[in-house]
Design a protein around this ligand. Structure first.
Ligand code: MG
Length: 375
């Protein structure tokens, strides 16, 4: 299957916004960060993304490149075409498919990116567009036919070698095109459209902010996790990363920290990323005896890479003995540190099972957790 790359165009001067629009705060994240995360998190994940950045957003672009492994920065050009060419050149001699996207279209849904990439894989070209739905009139009042007309968006995805050659040719010939499809067509290739989205608008005017703020208000996701481990002689008892003095400990492949495992499953579940067994299988020797705090921190990183931050986590440990109350605050601190959030976002509660069930009879300790993620 063709490898996927992306060029994120952030080279504009934001003249109509009056200040750099890509570094404005939009519900706690910049439009540039939102556009980048949309690309990084789509189904056809790019191997590498080049941000072609203007002076105005260079600092933010550099910060994002540092935070994400698959991202680098190239200088933007004097116009959109130059920025695209700089980005394509920065990808070097790679082969595959490239999605070129305007960072100002920071609300782009994943399915729009995926459709363009999949079309480029099959046909060499996939350009996000939506059929024009408004009546079009000239200033004179004459009605312009809208049948077969599309409002063209980005991403615009192409065979990487062909679009690079087309851009080199357009650059050498001093051609000027308003988008990548124009360059593609001028090189003699055919257009192929994929379905864009009404929300995939370009942040342009100060008055656009209300729409962008409303749409980007963020999704909240909830997940639940549950775990139980058998109590056995000769094991450490570790819960929430705290070593608790007790005659027995929990049996398992790692340190068997049932509380941490429940929290991991709640995080992964909220992001629909599978479960602890899928990411850290107990058949893998490298996880033998590993601290579950390390696993939790890796799970939190996966969730973060999928574009989410931890809203809050609430967990309950069910254990007949020992008494957990003295250790609760330390557990909250450990869990929060591993997830990279404040301890005030993490709640841990402890219950006995009133002598009932396997927990009540002291055969095992169980934990359950709920996690709320925001993006
Ligand atoms: Mg477990």
């Amino acid at each position: 299957m063709d490898k996927v790359y992306a060029v994120l165009l952030a080279g504009g001067a934001s003249a109509r916004m009056g200040r750099d629009k890509l570094t404005l705060a939009l519900n706690g994240k910049t439009p540039l960060a939102r556009a980048l995360e949309a690309l990084l998190c789509c189904g056809n994940k790019p191997e590498h993304v080049v941000i072609a950045a203007s002076e105005g957003c260079m600092e933010e672009a550099a910060r994002l490149a540092k935070a994400h492994e698959r991202v680098s920065v190239a200088p933007g050009g004097k116009n959109r075409g130059e920025s695209a060419l700089n980005g394509l050149r920065a990808l070097g001699a790679r082969e595959g498919v490239v999605a070129i996207h305007d960072a100002a279209r920071c609300l782009v849904p994943a399915q729009v990116i995926d459709a363009a990439i999949e079309s480029a894989r099959t046909f060499g070209c996939g350009v996000a567009a939506i059929p024009v739905r408004d009546t079009l009139r000239e200033a004179s009042g004459a009605c312009a036919p809208r049948d077969g007309l599309f409002a063209v968006q980005t991403p615009q995805a192409f065979d990487l070698e062909k679009i690079r050659a087309a851009y080199e040719k357009a650059g050498a010939g001093g051609e000027s095109h308003t988008d990548d499809l124009g360059v593609w067509l001028a090189a003699g290739h055919e257009a192929r459209y994929t379905l864009g989205d009404l929300t995939n608008q370009k942040l342009t005017y100060p008055g656009d902010m209300a729409f962008f703020a409303a749409v980007s208000r963020g999704e909240t996701r909830v997940g639940e996790g549950w775990d139980t481990h058998r109590l056995a002689e000769g094991r450490r008892l570790v819960l929430g990363g705290v070593d608790i003095p007790f005659g027995k400990g929990l049996l398992g492949h790692s340190d068997a920290d049932a509380l941490a495992h429940a929290v991991i499953d709640a995080l992964l579940g909220a992001a629909a990323l599978g479960d602890i067994g899928r990411h850290f299988p107990d058949t893998d020797e490298s996880y033998a005896g590993i601290s579950s705090m390390e696993l939790l921190s890796r799970a939190a990183k996966l969730v973060c890479e999928a574009g989410y931050t931890v809203g809050n986590v609430d967990a309950t440990v069910v254990a007949q003995r020992p008494k957990l109350a003295p250790h609760i605050d330390k557990m909250r601190e450990n869990l929060a540190e591993a997830m990279g959030c404040a301890a005030s976002r993490v709640s841990v509660k402890a219950k006995t099972a009133e002598g009932l069930n396997a927990e009540g009879e002291g055969m095992c300790i169980s934990a359950r957790a709920c996690a709320l993620l925001k993006n």
